[in-house]
Unconditional design. Sequence first.
Length: 226
Amino acid sequence: MRRYAATIFVLALLVGTAVAFAETERLKLQPTPIQESFVQPAFSPVCACPLARAAIRIGLHRANTVSVKIRDQAGHTVRVLVDSKPLPRGRTQFAWNGRDDTGRQLPDGRYSVVVHLRHGDRTFKLPRATVLDTVPPTVRLVSVRPTELRVGGRILVVYRVSEPAHGVLFVNGNRLIVTYTKSRTARLQWKPRRAGLYRLQLAAVDLAGNLGPRSPAFTVRVRSSA
């Protein structure tokens, strides 16, 4: 009798293991509920620019009831963007203004996005976090050459920024050139089209959209090509 009981127990264990394995394999073959996601890498609620809100996008494989929450680095939920809202299949976009549920602006830092799907009772932390950054970068002029040239020539400006940022060149107060690079030390070129004395300044705009203060002005004289 004991032998039969042991045999039955082993068979039940094997069957249970096989069923669990089959269920695991079935789940692997099912489409991922969130088929795509995007979280804006950095934003600044005070920049008065297109990056003033963090764009968040998810694409659902099928319709579901969704909650979207923002969590700080300690894992605390600081904002509920969506609470048990039915969403259709496909792509839906949200925006976060950097404030908590009471309307208070949150401190600079890294924040994660957590999505809960009621159907299937599954919670996902999106792979990319967003950085709330309100501190503008500073820029320092390293060199400019030449300071006198003829129309048709180019001016090379070398600068250094306090953080990964794009360089911005202002000519007579007008914003003309932006260098799209994240290098701390970089260069930009300007080709004047007319003769004259030009007043140039540098600034930097960081990846969150904060535009920093302009550098002291420097002048360049452009002579006629004739």
